[in-house]
Design a protein around this ligand. Structure first.
Ligand SMILES: [Fe+2]
Ligand SMILES: [Fe+2]
Length: 386
């Protein structure tokens, strides 16, 4: 039999079945107490001697926008607002019907069938601590990745833009770390599935893979998740924090879409297939991380049993998990990644139940609508002159 030139699922994911419970459970963070974590970044730093600014007008426009849309985490957010995590949760649960865990609690054989409202709120608070912790770690991943892009991308307009994103990501790490420390009730080490993905992105030597992994996949997921959280919460500090972070993130995803659109136009089918495989790997790692193994452990619940249940829930009932892909899929489509190589990625996205977002808005232009910082400044100056 002729050997396929393409990677197998075993090579891409380290397992042949996407839903292999044992393999998913085997990915755990055994270095939860480590203070630093080193990853080889396998790449050359690239100088360019072509300094002509604005050769790529869309990137230049994004750079100019980023310069005027900077904000200060210390002064532009009201950190004096008191936060009651249980209060956030109970309003979220009211808005969200009976809460995201109620259905699981009610399912047959549920390991937390005996949970009442008190325990469900406790679980919700832990889950929120976990979610915001993972966003904080992901933000640090973005900080390192964009610093790497400054070094590796060969275009001056992209180096300029990426430098503004380094500052944005520092601010995001800062706000999530402070919110967790001052306003919530505990934090979590990085989830091992997320760490595996961030390590893979950093370790890849090809400059465009940093973009694909971070700007399109991780940041696309973050933008969708922040949008969902912003909609669900009425805690004013978190709401404002997310609104400002999202206005930066929309630019970041646009940076990825604009840059890769140009670069991919010059790639061969075989090279595009490698990008598809990387996008699929990233999608599966991110889905795996949302199984939030660490939360079940901390709550003393049979983790394997819950993860098994979560893997068996029909995709269309996992509204939050599905919404996470609402930016990624249209952006992959815009980049030509869904249909290259005989529609390989389209089939994979069908299998994991997220293809329905393919015709949603892509983020190449959408960032202007997200510009909360400029909107607030315009409103403030209009009020001052009125
Ligand atoms: Fe960020
Ligand atoms: Fe970002």
């Amino acid at each position: 039999m002729a050997q396929s030139p393409f990677a197998t699922d075993e090579q891409i994911l380290g397992r042949t079945d996407v839903n292999d419970l044992e393999a998913i459970m085997a990915v755990v963070n055994t270095d939860a107490d480590e203070l630093v974590h080193a990853v080889k970044d396998n790449t050359d730093a690239i100088f360019t001697w072509d300094y002509e600014k604005g050769q790529r007008p869309a990137l230049n426009k994004l750079y100019e926008k980023a310069k005027t849309a900077q904000w200060n985490a210390e002064t532009d957010l009201d950190w004096s607002i008191p936060v009651d995590p249980e209060q956030i949760l109970s309003s979220e649960m009211q808005l969200n019907g009976a809460g995201q865990f109620q259905a699981l609690a009610e399912a047959e054989g549920s390991p937390f069938a005996s949970f009442g409202e008190k325990e469900l709120i406790e679980l919700g608070v832990e889950s929120m601590n976990w979610r915001l912790s993972q966003f904080m770690h992901g933000e640090q991943g973005a900080l390192l990745c964009t610093a790497k892009i400054v070094e590796t991308v060969p275009w001056i307009d992209a180096k300029y833009y990426a430098s503004t994103q380094v500052m944005d990501e520092a601010r995001h790490v800062e706000v999530f770390a402070r919110y967790l420390d001052e306003k919530l009730t505990g934090s979590y080490p990085i989830n091992a599935h997320l760490r595996m993905l961030l390590d893979d992105i950093i370790a890849d030597s090809r400059w465009d893979m940093t973009y694909l992994g971070m700007q399109i996949m991780v940041e696309g997921l973050a933008l969708a998740a922040f949008g969902f959280m912003h909609m669900m919460t009425d805690e004013p500090l978190l709401k404002q924090l997310l609104r400002y972070v999202m206005s930066d993130e929309a630019r970041h995803v646009a940076f990825g879409v604009i840059s890769l659109k140009e670069h991919y136009a010059g790639l061969s089918d075989a090279e595009l297939r490698e990008r598809q495989e990387f996008a699929f790997e990233a999608a599966v790692r991110m889905r795996d991380r949302f199984l939030q193994q660490e939360v079940w452990e901390r709550m003393g619940i049979d983790t394997k049993k819950v993860v098994k249940m979560l893997l068996e829930v029909p995709a269309e009932q996992m509204v939050f998990q599905q919404m996470l892909f609402s930016k990624i899929v249209p952006n992959c489509k815009k980049l030509g990644l869904l249909d290259a190589s005989g529609g390989w990625l389209r089939k994979r996205f069908e299998e994991i139940g997220v293809i329905q977002f393919e015709d949603w808005a892509d983020t190449g232009e959408e960032y202007l609508q997200f510009d909360a910082v400029s909107q607030d400044r315009a409103a403030a100056s209009a009020a001052a002159t009125a």
